[in-house]
Design a protein around this ligand. Sequence first.
Ligand SMILES: Cc1cc2nc3c(=O)[nH]c(=O)nc-3n(C[C@H](O)[C@H](O)[C@H](O)COP(=O)(O)O)c2cc1C
Length: 186
Amino acid sequence: MKINELLEIIKWRNSCRSYDASKEISDEAINNCIIAANNAPSACNKQPWRFVIVKDPQIRKGLYEHGLLPGLPMKWIQDAPVIAVLCAKSDAIVHWFTPIFSKIPYYLVDSGIAGEHFVLAAAAQGIGTCWIGWINGKGIRRVLGIPRGIQPIAMFTMGYPLEKRNPAPKLDQAEIAFYDKWGKQK
Ligand SMILES: Cc1cc2nc3c(=O)[nH]c(=O)nc-3n(C[C@H](O)[C@H](O)[C@H](O)COP(=O)(O)O)c2cc1C
C-alpha cells in the first residue's frame, strides 16, 4: 500500500467548479469510480448506495433546472459532462430501527463514505468533481424516475478541470485529533 500516492490523490481532490465541457469522460473511468464506491464499508454491509450516472445533455439540463434548491447559483454545473446522482436505499431494521438507540443515521454515513470513494477514484484518474448537497430531492426524483424508498442524497459534477484550483483551507490537525483523551495533544 502506497500511502504517499493515496495522500497525493486525496490532496489533489478539491471541489472543482470549472470544467472542460468538450472533454468527455470514458465509461471505463466512471466504472472505476463505481467499483471504488461499491467497495466501501457499510453498517451491517447493507450497501445502501445507488448511483445514477447522467451523461445525456437533456437529462443533465433537467437536473440543473429542477434538481437544485434556490439561492445558491451554480451555473458551472452546466459545463460538467457528467452528473452522478448518489441515492440511498434504506433498510427498515438497520436504517430506521437501530438509530432509535444509536441516534446515528447509518444509511447517510454509509452513502457518504461510498460517495467519497467515488470522488477519490475520479481524482485518481485526473477527473474533477464537486459534491452538490443543495439539492431538491423531489425534483431529482421526477427527472430521473427514482422510485419511493430511494432517497437522493447528493449529486457530483464530474469533468476534466479547466484550471488549477486553490486548495480550500483546512483546520489544523491539533483541532481535529486528540490522543488518549478528548482535548489531549501528543
Ligand atoms: C455534503 C456536501 C455538500 C456540498 N454541497 C455543495 C453545493 O451544493 N454546492 C457547492 O458548490 N459545493 C458544495 N459542496 C462542496 C464544499 O463547499 C467543499 O467541499 C468545501 O468548501 C471544502 O472544499 P474542498 O472540497 O475543495 O476541499 C458540498 C460538499 C459536501 C461534502
